[in-house]
Ligand binder design. Sequence first.
Ligand SMILES: [Zn+2]
Length: 142
Amino acid sequence: MINRSLMTSIIFSVFLIVGLQNSYAEDAQLCSLCGKPIQEGSILFEVTYENGDKQQVGCPGCGLSLMSDKKIKSATTMDFLSRKIIDAKKAYYLKGTEVGFCCEPHWLSFSSKSDAEKFAKGFGGEVLSYEEAVKARGHMNH
Ligand SMILES: [Zn+2]
């Protein structure tokens, strides 16, 4: 009897684990560029095309590489500290910092330049304006 109930609980746990993994895989949104799951800490970068289509990626690094597409009307990113959605063109970017949740090199975005600079002092990286960041990202693709 003990063995049988043990077996039952093992089988039940296995089903539970498989079930949880499946539901996680279905729920997890993937960065449409690098394919990494978009996590809680990810900087959501969203572009809106002229036809109204939207595309979300998991980091400003991926997002900035989309921005050379002329059909993009607007874009938003996230302030890393406050998690607020901000205009991507007004944000400051930190390239190559030690902290990141998507692909490497890590990119973060900030609404304030001084926050980005303070963060860079602790965790490294280069503070860039939107224009500089698009250029830097463009070079990396070649
Ligand atoms: Zn990415």
